[in-house]
Design a protein around this ligand. Structure first.
Ligand code: GLY
Ligand code: MN
Ligand code: MN
Length: 438
């Protein structure tokens, strides 16, 4: 059986079990609708319902629907309007076509009729409120969503293949961006080099590229791109991904221009720790422990570099690593860059708490084989957080001259996408595999 058909069979099995457990007869999923700017006739970039693209490699298909019922082929209501202003979705093609019962509609409202025989008093309808049609109003039942979100944490072999492909698409673009940085390009030029090499346009990116030179690398989600280069390009942080069939990659690299040895040594120290953290991605490990391990490792880097003169244990205990590493170690990745379900206590819901004082961690579940997570430690020189440290009782333990020297580089983040494998097996580093192959 093909990977895709096997994936579809897995989703069908999971959906049937979820319907039975929650007392529903059918699951209807709206792909979503285009949204318009206020008082304007321009649509925002369409964002499909992730539940829809979980089943089908259709990412630019507003007003389409999927119906899942026990023991039946899924039905796809495929919206293909007659439209000479825009390119309508092309004729259905691909492996999915034969695996479903296909109904083509030309008007959004026609979907209601095409799905009427699926609707009972106990129908789950997943979608945003604005996708509603007469008799088809999204109710998004939480117990059912919980089951589906929990299951989505573990990828099928088909999904892993899409995610490997999303790495192969992003990595050559990362290398092109690095080359542009070393040639003295501006942030905007680096961004364009990335797009050219990935074959994406801005519309296709799984999230807006983060392209920061020098001090801009200290802004975690730096959202601009200067169109002229700085007088000197010392360091370059790029956080950028790609998409394949709706699956994302999410990769960060920090590059250093020649001759900046102190910062280059710090990047090398962080990279060694990052690889150590990747190796902690093992079945059964509590992801919160990897986050806490990242703080211990950050303390080691800060101490070895002479930036903070406290014992590693005291540094972590007193929260001195936090201003330097003020985000979580990573998150689930898949159909969404920050994939759903990261805080669930079980398939029936509930919340697995973050470690106290670590509010930005986005994943608190034990790792299972087949999960894909990011491992993205960082070490930054963020003026706002350093001001607080400077006003704290620990200020005297910090080498502020070193901080000042290193602040000119902004910071470091190194992010790989990592698949957890079965117990006892080393993780699969999707990102490094793609860099090695490039
Ligand atoms: N690119 C966003 C993140 O790394 O979480
Ligand atoms: Mn990222
Ligand atoms: Mn990430």
């Amino acid at each position: 059986m093909s990977l895709y058909l096997d994936h579809l069979a897995t989703l069908q099995r999971q959906a049937e079990a979820a319907l039975e457990r929650t007392g529903f007869d059918a699951l209807l999923i709206a792909s979503g609708i285009e949204k318009y700017a206020f008082l304007d006739d321009r649509p925002y970039l369409f964002q499909p319902n992730p539940h829809f693209k979980h089943w089908l490699p259709l990412t630019n298909h507003p007003h389409s629907w999927l119906a899942v019922r026990p023991g039946r082929k899924p039905r796809v209501v495929y919206f293909q309007p007659d439209d000479y202003w825009h390119v309508p979705p092309s004729a259905p093609s691909g492996e999915w076509v034969d695996a479903v019962e296909l109904v083509i509609v030309r008007e959004p409202e026609a979907a209601a009729k095409a799905l009427a025989d699926c609707v009972t008093a106990r129908t789950a309808v997943i979608g945003e409120g604005d996708a509603a049609l007469p008799g088809l109003v999204p109710n998004n039942p939480e117990p059912l969503l919980n089951l589906l979100h929990w299951a989505r944490g573990v990828k099928t072999p088909y999904e892993l293949e899409q995610m490997r492909a999303a790495q192969r698409r992003a990595v050559p673009a990362h290398l092109a961006a690095r080359k542009a940085f070393l040639a003295g390009a501006s942030e905007a030029e680096i961004h364009r080099a990335y797009l050219v090499a990935s074959g994406h346009t801005d519309r296709d990116l799984p999230y807006s590229n983060i392209i920061g030179l020098n001090e801009h690398a200290a802004v975690l989600h730096y959202q601009y791109q200067d169109d002229s280069p700085p007088p000197e390009s010392r360091s370059f942080l790029i956080d950028a991904g790609a998409q394949v069939n709706g699956y994302a990659s999410d990769i960060t690299r920090t590059w250093v221009a020649p001759g900046h040895d102190e910062f280059a040594a710090l990047v090398a120290a962080m990279e060694a720790e990052q690889l150590g953290l990747v190796d902690e991605v093992r079945e059964g490990v509590d992801y919160r422990d990897i986050h806490l391990s990242a703080h211990r490792r950050t303390a080691r880097v800060l101490r070895n570099a002479g930036i903070v003169k406290m014992s590693e244990a005291a540094m972590v205990e007193e929260g001195v690593t936090k201003p330097f590493f003020p985000h979580g170690i990573g998150h689930l990745l898949g159909l969404q860059v920050h994939d759903v379900g990261g805080f669930m206590a079980s398939q029936d819901g509930g919340v697995a708490d973050k470690p106290e004082g670590h509010r930005y961690l986005r994943l608190t579940r034990p790792l299972q084989a087949g999960m894909v997570v990011t491992i993205e430690p960082g070490l930054y020189f963020i003026p706002m957080l350093l001001r607080e440290l400077r006003a704290s009782p620990h200020a005297a333990q910090v080498d502020w001259h070193a901080v000042e020297r290193l602040s000119r580089y902004g910071g470091i983040r190194i992010e790989d996408d990592v698949a957890c494998r079965a117990a006892g097996e080393a993780p699969e580093n999707l990102t490094r595999d793609a860099f090695a192959a490039a």
